[in-house]
Design a protein around this ligand. Structure first.
Ligand code: NI
Length: 379
């Protein structure tokens, strides 16, 4: 399926996109490249928003299967000493979305030269990183008529040649909370004349850790992290207010609801117990990415003909593929791109992140085989 020429083209595409990274909703060059490539193959394309691109091969038939790639980069200065390093200062493909885009383009090329019955839709979405580009694509009709959707993410924790495909939730629901603790400031030498929000906020940080330790079922997963805390201006002044921000990660709805409720209760009740007042803002950023078990089984079968397969790869990161998989059956697979010998070991979102390009043809094979298999057999 993958000739040497095609493998070279795949690497060339990936490096081209890698050298020209663009942030979410600004993927103008990348979207143009995607559109031009698909059109050259004779694939009909259309835009959603300024930078979303959809392509479709329509060979009649009942079924329509979608494959999805994301195209955006991150606000990171690349530190890799490679000839294809980012030429865009402060912007880098540090999550592998360059690889996702290149793999799906080449998969479209392979599929466009094959005979099959059915419709294949290629979704190239903008702004996966924190901006929920998937929602824009869905609002623009990207999922209309789609029976199932397949997503693939390169993964730095897994060695090249390994696929990880789990059942059920594989990436977490992501929430953000902000807590403002209000007291009454005053002189650091006269705490009895104040209501100290620093002490109160400290108790809240500690008490929030009891949610995972004491409230969530030990057999379930959750994370509560306070990532930012700020308050005060001088060593001898008790401030009026302390602010903190943090994130909650969960897989299941019931755990999600429990943790949200406890964050609010703890912030409110610890504060009132200590004479302060808490204001809590709580936002849901991503839903959990949940694999359809039937599709995941098929995906594992398909992947086992290409490489090694494990089910063990769930992580607490967020992914807006969740928005598609909520509406139609979906499967989100991880493709290993780690290679210790080549020094390709750095985690996602690191300025040294890179992918082992030997893995890319395996990803293309997976996408092509999944598309054909789902069109032929349904699920
Ligand atoms: Ni990513």
């Amino acid at each position: 399926m993958m000739t040497e020429d095609l493998k070279e083209e795949l690497v060339r595409l990936r490096r081209d996109i890698h050298m020209h990274p663009e942030l979410g909703f600004q993927e103008h060059r990348t979207a143009g490249l995607v559109e031009g490539y698909l059109r050259e193959l004779g694939i009909r394309t259309w835009r959603i928003g300024a930078t979303g691109v959809v392509g479709e091969i329509d060979n009649g038939g009942e079924r329509r299967i979608a494959l999805r790639a994301d195209m955006d980069a991150l606000p990171i200065q690349e530190e890799n000493p490679v000839p294809y390093a980012s030429r865009n200062p402060g912007v880098m493909h540090a999550c592998g979305h360059d690889a996702h885009t290149a793999m799906l383009l080449v998969a479209a090329k392979v599929l466009s030269g094959m005979e099959f019955e059915g419709k294949l839709r290629f979704i190239f979405q903008p702004a996966e990183e924190g901006l929920n580009g998937a929602l824009e694509m869905i609002k623009g009709g990207a999922l209309e008529g789609v029976d199932a959707i397949v997503g693939l993410h390169v993964w730095s924790q897994l060695p090249t040649g390994t696929f990880a495909i789990g059942d059920g939730p594989v990436m977490a629901a992501v929430d953000r909370f902000r807590i403002s603790v209000r007291g009454n400031g005053g002189h650091g030498a006269s705490p009895h004349e104040t209501r100290d929000p620093v002490v109160c906020a400290s108790h809240i940080v500690m008490a929030l850790q009891t949610i995972v330790a004491r409230n969530v079922d030990p057999l379930k997963s959750a994370v509560v992290t306070v990532g930012r805390i700020s308050g005060g201006t001088a060593f001898n002044v008790i401030p009026d207010v302390v602010e903190m921000e943090g994130t909650v990660r969960t897989f299941e709805d019931e755990v999600h609801e429990l943790v949200e409720r406890r964050v609010k209760e703890i912030a409110g009740e610890v504060s009132s117990g200590l004479g302060c007042r808490a204001e809590v803002e709580y936002e849901h950023l991503n839903r959990a990415t949940v694999n359809d078990p039937r599709l995941a089984t098929i995906a594992r079968e398909v992947a086992s003909k290409i490489g090694r397969v494990t089910e063990e790869q769930r992580n607490m990161g967020g992914e807006d593929f969740s928005e598609y998989a909520r509406l139609v059956p979906g499967v989100f697979a991880f493709l290993g791109v780690r290679n210790e010998e080549k020094g390709i070991v750095h985690p996602h979102h690191s300025p040294r992140f890179d992918v082992d390009e030997e893995a890319l043809p395996l990803g293309v094979q997976f996408e092509v085989s999944m598309a054909l298999r789902l069109l032929e057999e349904g699920f």
